[in-house]
Design a protein. Structure first.
Lengths: 257, 257
């Protein structure tokens, strides 16, 4: 396998506040041009979920949400707005854990995560109408579409990773993870490669796109989307592409839900 | 908070095979000098756990291990070498999940991880005596000592992160995590910082050192330690240092063990 020896993670400057319908790939291409960054093959464009969701119109006005009886009951337990809980349930296939201030669900895409990714940060001013933002409908599809559009605009086809910050079992603090990917192996299977002593590697399936997301998150900044687009340059891989859906452990294999 | 806009992650070249008693910091300093990399404040030296463990003499000859009755019974269930299981149990406070080929424990330092980090890859040739490598006794202490020694050798005091690759609940593939840290906030609490609309951020405690570890892992290579030391340059933070022990969620707060 080709080796990564030097990696650059660069903020793409000047990405504006994103509105529904914006041509996000064009804004990324403009930002890259502004920074005199000419995309190359094997570059990875890493994009925060929030700007993808906004461009795709996934913002919901809470005033338009009518909570179900189940949402009202669960909202009482977890001490959240029943309309928010209604949105969370509508994005989920089941509740994994609920406690005051905690609602961990299995998102319809299989992600085990807090609040089904439904978020109110960076969405609207606190004194106006209240909005919430949902994950993209199909983040792997979004990544593939962004990649295709970037190829048209830039002439080369970088890989694309869409990131979110997830809490983890057993560990405190959130970390960047990949919810969408195109053009690289989100899950990288190295089993059978030799170790330094030519002993086959045993635990050698890497959450490659999750590590990309976590590294990019160091530049995006935590919880804030002032730098929502990042270019990662210098990464080598030598395996077929697969989507971020591959990073989701099927419930039947999972010992912790 | 000061902003990270460009991050470099560079392999430190020429780190030799590490033996017990090696002056790891001196080898890192030599590697940096070889690459004409002069350490700076706010640089992070990221070091794979395996080379730290080797330098600290944490290699155990399996021939010297006598498995207990409990280890023999558990080894039968998980289909592993009873001597290896004995070592795993000796490094653990309890078994979290066991199945054929799976042994997830709570390590004595609180890490919920496979095999208590006891590993046979990159330790010895498959046809000779069989060795296993344990985690450092005190990885935060190891990081602090390496940092101190690097300061003496280099004149500036970089931060140090010691990494391992952990499997995760709910997601496939491993990702780099920090098991030791010195000189930076392993857990970075941003609660109360404003979002883009001056709404206080809500979920804003970042597993900062875990994201550093994951990003560095992209350069170290997965499962192989040909590039076990990495320099991360360009990272900005503005919070007091805390150790990697802060990343461990106390069992009493944890909903998934």
């Amino acid at each position: 396998m080709s080796r990564t020896t030097a990696l650059e993670i660069l903020a793409v400057p000047g990405i504006p506040m994103i509105e529904a319908g914006d041509d996000l790939a064009a804004l990324v291409a403009e930002g890259l041009a502004r920074a005199s960054l000419k995309p190359r093959e094997n570059d990875v464009i890493v994009i925060a979920q929030k700007v993808v969701s906004k461009a795709e119109g996934r913002r919901v006005d809470l005033a338009a949400v009518t909570p179900s009886a189940r949402a009202i009951e669960l909202a009482r337990e977890v001490q959240k707005d029943p309309r928010l809980v209604e949105l969370i349930l509508s994005e989920s296939v089941r509740v994994v854990r609920s406690r005051p201030n905690v609602l961990i669900v299995e998102h319809r895409l299989g992600f085990v995560m807090a609040n089904a990714g439904v978020d109110q940060s960076n969405v609207a001013a606190p004194d106006g109408p209240q909005f919430a933002l949902l994950l993209p409908v199909d983040p792997d599809g979004s990544a593939a579409a962004l990649r295709q559009r970037l190829a048209t605009l830039c002439g080369v086809q970088p890989a694309v990773v869409i990131t979110d910050s997830f809490g983890r079992a057993w560990r405190r603090g959130t970390a960047g993870v990949a919810i969408g990917a195109a053009g690289l192996p989100a899950l990288l299977d190295l089993r059978g490669n030799p170790d330094l002593f030519d002993r086959p590697l045993q635990v050698s399936i890497s959450g490659f796109a999750d590590e990309i997301a976590a590294g990019a998150s160091l530049v995006m900044g935590q919880g804030n989307e002032a730098q929502p687009v990042v270019l990662m340059r210098g990464l080598a891989w030598n395996a077929p592409a697969n989507p971020a859906a591959e990073l989701v452990r099927p419930a039947a294999e999972d010992m912790f839900r």
